[in-house]
Design a protein around this ligand. Structure first.
Ligand SMILES: [Zn+2]
Ligand SMILES: [Zn+2]
Length: 287
């Protein structure tokens, strides 16, 4: 892809904790990491364990120049960074964007996970040129190549950003780790209005959320169901709804069933799986 495309690739699609094993191999067990290429720019949305795989895929392509946006700093969104090979290359340039969470800057939070005794490599051993950018809600980032990013707060313990990435009249929305409520639904519909691709938290089934699976209700845990995502997709008039942040209790069959139920409500629904690439410019042509 040259400078004239807009694509998204999924490197980690699981929520909360990695889920290795044969039962989850189809959709993949790595946690949140999504790569967006637009107008010649590379954006990496969250640095869960999928980031390690992205790093390996990028190794042959030479120095990395990328924007990494952290929705928030729960483990499943940052744990891949210490294993991201391009971060240890002096020729790499990374701009790290994120908000202040619980009084800590993004830099402090990322340094924290590599402090003794949690990890043997210190954050200062990261050799890439790093620039931190403290992101505020509704701030508009204008990147090279005419790529524009703006974010809103979702509904999640400790806070979370959801982003809309626009390029040449097309848009991708990434909204993970957010619970559907009437107030946040209105915000999400505003953010997702007319987007070609809408990636939304679909962690639970309605039965899991209600606790009828015997594991207790998950209201207030900061996640939505695939039916919430399908409903918001209809309301916002998006092209394709991507179910994201699959629950660790869901094996491949459960994710497939979740996808089918979402499709019955919003036809162009697809469950995110590791290695999947979507052409955002064709997001309205079906999944
Ligand atoms: Zn998460
Ligand atoms: Zn979270």
């Amino acid at each position: 892809m040259g400078d004239d495309g807009f694509e998204v690739t999924f490197w980690g699609v699981r929520g909360s904790t990695p889920t290795p094993g044969a039962a989850t191999a189809g959709f993949g067990g790595n946690t949140s990491c999504v790569e967006v290429r637009a107008g010649g720019q590379r954006l990496i949305l969250d640095g869960g364990t999928g980031l390690r795989e992205l790093g390996e895929a990028l190794r042959p392509t030479g120095p990395l120049d990328a924007h990494v946006l952290f929705s928030h700093v729960h483990w499943d969104h940052i744990q891949g960074l210490p294993f991201f090979a391009p971060a240890y290359e002096p020729s790499s340039k990374l701009v790290l964007h994120g908000g202040v969470r619980a009084g800590r800057t993004l830099e402090d939070a990322l340094r924290g996970q590599m402090r003794d005794p949690y990890f043997p490599v210190r954050f200062d051993e990261i050799a890439a040129s790093l620039r931190f950018h403290e992101l505020a809600e509704r701030e508009r980032l204008t990147l090279d190549g005419g790529v524009v990013v703006h974010g809103l707060e979702g509904h999640h313990p400790g806070g979370v950003f959801a982003w809309r990435i626009e390029w040449k009249g097309h848009a991708l929305v990434y909204a993970t780790d957010t619970e559907s409520t009437p107030a946040t639904d209105a915000v999400m519909v505003e953010l997702a209005r007319g987007a070609d691709v809408f990636i939304y938290d679909a962690q639970y089934t309605p039965e899991q959320l209600a606790g009828s699976d015997g594991r207790g209700a998950r209201h207030g845990w900061g996640h939505s169901t695939m039916m919430d995502g399908a409903r918001l997709s209809r309301e916002a008039g998006v092209g394709t709804f991507v179910l994201f942040h699959h629950d660790p209790f869901q094996d491949d069959d459960a994710v497939l069933a979740k996808e089918r139920r979402a499709q019955a409500s919003f036809e162009r629904s697809v469950a995110a799986r590791e290695g999947m690439t979507l052409d955002v410019l064709r997001g309205r042509e079906g999944a």
